[in-house]
Design a protein around this ligand. Structure first.
Ligand SMILES: Nc1ncnc2c1ncn2[C@@H]1O[C@H](COP(=O)(O)OP(=O)(O)O)[C@@H](O)[C@H]1O
Ligand SMILES: [Mg+2]
Length: 324
């Protein structure tokens, strides 16, 4: 037995595109401990949302799982029948998406939506309305009577995201998956929502898988970081190591493209090129090679393994030379 509540092991997910099988998640390994805040970071198209959806078995119908396990409390979620999965979703594991408007039902008052989630897993609970209002207060919404009776469109984007977080936490989950939860919000509200997620995680001892394309958000929020590029984890370590001593060229490039106060007024660095589309990915090469400043022939000819280096794991043929 380990104290990991979630263990994704050797997990590979693929799509059939133009009669060719392409991996959208390739040999993924992620562990999350009880109460731990873990980030999954990478540019758009790297496979982060498919990872989140895999945990909840909410995958698109054209995908196929090739191998691996997703153990939650030492039980493989991939083997569970649908009724047991439904019991876990919204209860032990919940998710907050980028766009709360698409996750909330526009025709039902938000209080009643949270109430449904509470009652669907707790049939005979006393004072459910009071519990929902208490949770709305916990997530920083003050006029709880009004909010309870509001329809989603009557609330601001930041308030809607708080409502989503209240709904996700109402059953005291062991794991909260937050998939780009602040991307649609403006910067000040973004910071408030991040603080809320961190505060609630500490208070309820809820583990969080925080998904973002922005390493800057992760800095003050998470304990550990997984960096994903083109379906693969390329580096994982403590947040300190990732921010101050990144070893993979992709992580270094992500960090270099973050704005700093010193650079104010100068042009931001951006990584050359784009994440390749699934159908253009090559099997036996480092996926980052075409965009990497340090790439050599070997990088185009052989896929690197995820190698343990100190407290980190790095997928790069030349990490030693680069980090000398
Ligand atoms: N249903 C699907 N069919 C084919 N390709 C898909 C499907 N869903 C996602 N993809 C592709 O899988 C890749 C990873 O997607 P996603 O996990 O959403 O990335 P991220 O969340 O990191 O931006 C992308 O290239 C995306 O276009
Ligand atoms: Mg996504």
């Amino acid at each position: 037995m380990s104290n990991n509540i979630l263990e994704i092991k050797d997990y590979t997910l693929s799509f059939l595109i133009n009669n060719k099988k392409v991996k959208a998640v390739d040999d993924l390994n992620i562990d999350i401990k009880e109460g731990e805040l873990v980030a999954l970071v990478g540019e758009s198209g790297c496979g982060k949302s498919l990872t989140a959806l895999s945990i909840l078995s909410l995958l698109p119908s054209n995908s196929s799982i090739d191998c691996g396990k997703i153990n939650f409390k030492n039980q493989n979620l991939l083997d569970l029948p649908i009724d047991e999965l439904n019991n876990i979703r919204g209860n032990d594991i919940s998710i907050v998406f980028q766009e709360p408007m698409s996750a909330l039902n526009p025709l039902i008052k938000v209080g009643n939506q949270i109430l449904q989630t509470l009652k669907s897993h707790n049939k005979n609970i006393n004072n459910p309305v009071e519990i929902v209002k208490e949770m709305l207060k916990e997530v920083g919404l003050s006029d709880t009577n009004r909010i309870f009776k509001s329809y989603p469109h009557q609330l601001s984007g930041g308030m809607r995201q708080r409502v989503m977080i209240a709904m996700a936490l109402i059953n005291n989950p062991l794991l909260l998956i937050a998939d780009e939860p602040t991307t649609a919000l403006d910067v000040t509200i973004q910071a408030q929502v991040l603080n809320l997620i961190k505060g609630m995680s500490k208070k309820l001892n809820t583990a969080v898988l925080f998904i973002s394309h922005d390493l800057a958000l992760v800095k003050n929020l998470c304990d550990r970081v997984y960096v994903m590029y083109a379906s693969m984890i390329v580096e994982t370590s403590s947040v300190d190591n990732i921010i101050n001593d990144a070893k993979h060229p992709y992580t270094k490039a992500l960090l270099k493209s973050l704005p700093t106060i010193k650079q104010r007024g100068t042009k931001l660095h951006s990584i050359n090129g784009i994440v390749p589309k699934l159908e253009n990915r090559v099997e036996n090469a480092c996926p980052f090679a075409p965009r990497c400043d340090f790439a050599k022939q070997l990088c185009f000819d052989q896929k690197p393994c995820l190698e343990k280096v100190g407290d980190s794991y790095i997928r790069c043929h030349f990490h030693k030379e680069i980090n000398q």
